[in-house]
Design a protein around this ligand. Structure first.
Ligand SMILES: [Fe+2]
Length: 463
């Protein structure tokens, strides 16, 4: 009897323990196991555009703090050619001209093509523009639409991708994003672009192929760049000791417009969102440039102008996979109290090649003396979303910590992308889409309630 009753008590205790420790949902969806391999160099997505000195790898990003400027970048291979961009609005046939600059770089035994960056300024909000590059030789034409004027109730739709790479799965992710009926207007990219550093000598030819691969999206809508660990390219064995050399030559961002001193951390306003980009791989401790910048930056956010405060970084702070476990911990310790104080709505990260969404939790009570180090529900805390599942050649992170911690609301090891669809100052609809479903299927979704204007508990709305 004693044995039986103590066993029963143990079962009850175990059930109680599990009910305390178990978090949200670990998806039962099991992805078909297949190798993730890069697309070969002769793939059609890497095709070089025809014509002498034809511009290739065309990409755009926001070019100022408010969305009235665009940085246009492209590469020419035969000769420098022109760094001019011709542009005209849909309603006006009068062509304007902006002058850019050309640069090159070497990385070990690789010499880049001629990389052009040109900022077009003083654009009208909410306007479709055509633009042409390659003036004088082979000219190629593209278009983009500027965002609406910054304001509190402006709807806007962001796409989210991270750790994309250039595998067959990467192509599937990008196609799913393009085909998503929710129609993202701007991509928030969470770092780790090309994975060229996985090749011998960091073969920078794979930066060129990646630039041609994603052109079909990023020539037509801005991608907002975050630097990941695969952008560091620190290779003293090759004589390459300047971190981010390749990335910084190829991908320009408007960091000076937000008073940042380096292109790896910066901010932009776009429609009703204030977006802060942080660098997991630049110094962030006290007294560092990034720390000082963020300390001065957060009080500048005016939620009456931009209700939605979104932070992008590469390395997640909350991650219950057994990959890159706790790599984000030191930055979390430095900055999490600020995120709670300033009521950040959502933090998007990549790095872990899987998907995870957290509850609104914080873990800021700890100090060395009190030992309080358990994440707790906190209505002022952001939701943390890891979306490093773009589909690169390193494959999926499938191994999770068990049991699922209480702060983890949903996790699944599948490739995919997400959409953050801002409706007004109080509501945004978020959805995550796995590549193995149809274009419109949502594998995870949640209504976000704005932390400044409508800070009530959302948990019943998520599934
Ligand atoms: Fe990474």
């Amino acid at each position: 009897m004693d044995f039986l009753s103590s066993s029963a008590a143990a079962v009850v205790l175990l059930a109680f323990y599990l009910s305390l420790c178990n978090g949200g949902k670990t998806s039962i969806y099991v992805r078909k196991v297949e190798k993730t391999v890069d697309m070969p160099l002769h793939s059609d997505v890497f095709r070089v555009p025809s014509g002498y000195n034809a511009p290739q790898q065309v990409h755009i990003t926001q070019g100022d703090h408010v969305g009235k400027a665009v940085i246009v970048s492209w590469v020419t291979e035969d000769e420098p050619g022109s760094s001019t961009v011709l542009y005209w609005s849909e309603n006006s046939k009068q062509k304007k001209k902006a002058e850019g600059k050309v640069t090159t770089y070497k990385f070990y035994n690789y010499t880049s093509g001629y990389i052009h960056h040109c900022t077009i300024r003083n654009l009208e909000y909410n306007t479709k523009y055509y633009y042409a590059v390659g003036v004088g030789h082979t000219t190629r034409k593209f278009w983009f639409t500027t965002p609406p004027e910054v304001g509190p109730d402006v709807p806007y739709t962001f796409g989210l991708m991270g750790d994309l790479g250039q595998s067959f799965d990467s192509n599937s992710t990008l196609t799913h994003y393009e085909q998503n009926p929710l129609k993202g207007q701007t991509v928030l990219f969470l770092g780790d672009l090309t994975y060229a550093d996985r090749y011998p000598n960091h073969d920078n030819v794979r930066w060129d192929t990646w630039g041609r691969f994603v052109e079909r999206s990023v020539a037509y809508q801005p991608w907002i760049w975050t630097a990941g660990n695969h952008e560091i390219d620190f290779a003293p064995e090759l004589g390459e000791t300047k971190p981010f050399k390749t990335y910084a030559h190829r991908y320009h961002v408007p960091y000076q417009a937000s008073k940042s001193s380096a292109p790896f951390w910066y901010s932009i306003k776009r429609a009703s969102a204030y977006i802060i980009v942080l660098s997991s791989y630049s110094a962030y401790g006290k007294y560092t440039p990034q720390y000082q910048w963020l300390e001065e930056e957060l009080p500048k956010v005016n939620r009456s102008e931009t209700p939605w405060l979104i932070v992008l970084m590469h390395c997640p702070w909350y991650n219950s996979y057994n990959y890159h476990y706790m790599e984000g911990e030191t930055m979390r310790v430095m900055y999490e109290p600020w995120f709670v104080q300033y009521k950040v709505d959502v933090v998007f990260a990549g790095h872990v090649h899987a998907y995870e969404r957290s509850e609104r939790v914080s873990n800021i009570a700890y100090n060395v003396v009190n030992g309080i180090c358990t994440p707790v529900k906190d209505p002022s805390a952001p939701v943390y979303i890891t979306i490093g599942d773009g589909g690169n050649l390193e494959g999926l992170a499938t191994n999770m910590t068990e049991p699922q911690p209480a702060y983890s609301a949903y996790r699944e090891a599948s490739f995919g992308h997400a959409i953050f669809d801002i409706k007004n100052r109080t509501h945004a609809y978020y959805s995550w889409h796995r590549n193995h479903d149809g274009f419109a299927v949502e594998a995870d979704s949640m209504w976000f309630f704005n932390r400044f204007w409508h800070p009530v508990d959302e948990s019943p709305s998520s599934h």
